[in-house]
Design a protein. Sequence first.
Lengths: 219, 261
Amino acid sequence: MGDWSGYLTLIFQGAWTTIQLTLMGSALALVMAFLAGLGRLSRHAVLRWLATVYIEFFRGTSIFVQLFWIYFVLPMTGLWAPTPMQAGVLALGLNVGAYGAEVVRGAILAVPRDQTEACIAVNLTRFQRMRHVILPQALPLMLPTFGNNAIELLKATAVVSLISLADMTFQAQIVRSQTGNTLLPFITILVLYFAMSSAISFGMRRLERRVTRGLDGVR
Amino acid sequence: MDQPIIRIQNLRKSFGTLTVIDGLDFDVMKGEKLALIGPSGSGKTTILRILMTLEDISGGRIEVCGEPLYHMTRNGAEVSADEAHLHRMRRHIGMVFQHFNLFPHKSVLQNITMAPILTKGEKRPDAERRARELLDMVGLADKADYMPSQLSGGQKQRVAIARALALQPQIMLFDEVTSALDPELVEEVLEVMQRLARETDMTMLLVTHEMGFAHDFADRVLFFDKGRIVEQGPPDQIFTAPQEDRTKSFLRKIIAAGQRV
């Protein structure tokens, strides 16, 4: 068991990679969710169409296949050869962003029509309506599902071990093959995954409390 | 009161196959206080919503402050108004809604200052000072920092009136502003409106089921039925000596329901 601390270090290094993937992937997913969610509600048919194609494509195909396309097929076009980390963030962000887009769209549509009419009556522009009235009320409706999406994304990061990016799952496999011990590395990463997702849940709950302040009694 | 501030000519509005306004014509003079009464579904509220550009029109023409509301001139030809034209025309008009439609995520003060700051470029301190004056006028000086959810219906509606006034529109539209209120809260809202009618030269259009209030408030009463004006005149004439059978039977029902006219 003397080597165990070395193996643990290996797993912690993987944990750091997993955290980076989760943070950057979530950031990209958030941007994509708003772009595509607002795109679906656009007055311009081209934007609506683009957003729909993006959402349907990334929801309708496996993240595993998407990752392989980005990492192995994209370089063949000669345009860009992403690093494993870049490919991982891109696949995770684009995939989860497609789910998030529907959350954004649904939440915006859930803000009562009354509010838009009040905005028109006080002569706000379309942009001002969205920025100052509709989005601030839609955001609290999005947060619980965004929390779920972030946890889904965290768990999906394990898929990057397939393009030999040394995330937590990848390192656990290494430790397993070198020590022949399955239980210890996989108990360790089980606990770590759970701790990370708990941190996300906790953070989202605090955020929810913040943004819904003052809105009590409205919904 | 020389030139009409609102001209409505041959206005038509249908929702699908249902025609709610059918060839309507009327003018409103600057400073006039108008009450629109009539049975539900007679098109009164639709007229206000059309004037606020919340509904499109199906035909006809409206002029507000001497300019067409739903039309504009481009390359010498008259075409349908675009969003920029509507935006410019909306400066003339304010509206108070049946269900208040306050912004629930903004404080009372922010509800009032938001539009002047965003749409007229007012400085925050100026906008806040005026908002407090308006709150004082509607009797809510002490509620500036409350959230809308902490107010009663009557208080919300008075904030909504202050919010509309903050933009200093020339025309104010009141759409059944007391219909969603508990009976004991109606009076405080009507009192504010009565004072506005007396003390300002704003043009006001009021859709209401409160006949007594329409009587006291209006210079002219329009009785609507099925998207047309059946009868119009000074309140005394409409309420005490209506000429048309439909007006008489409508008022009989109202009186039978226990209202003062």
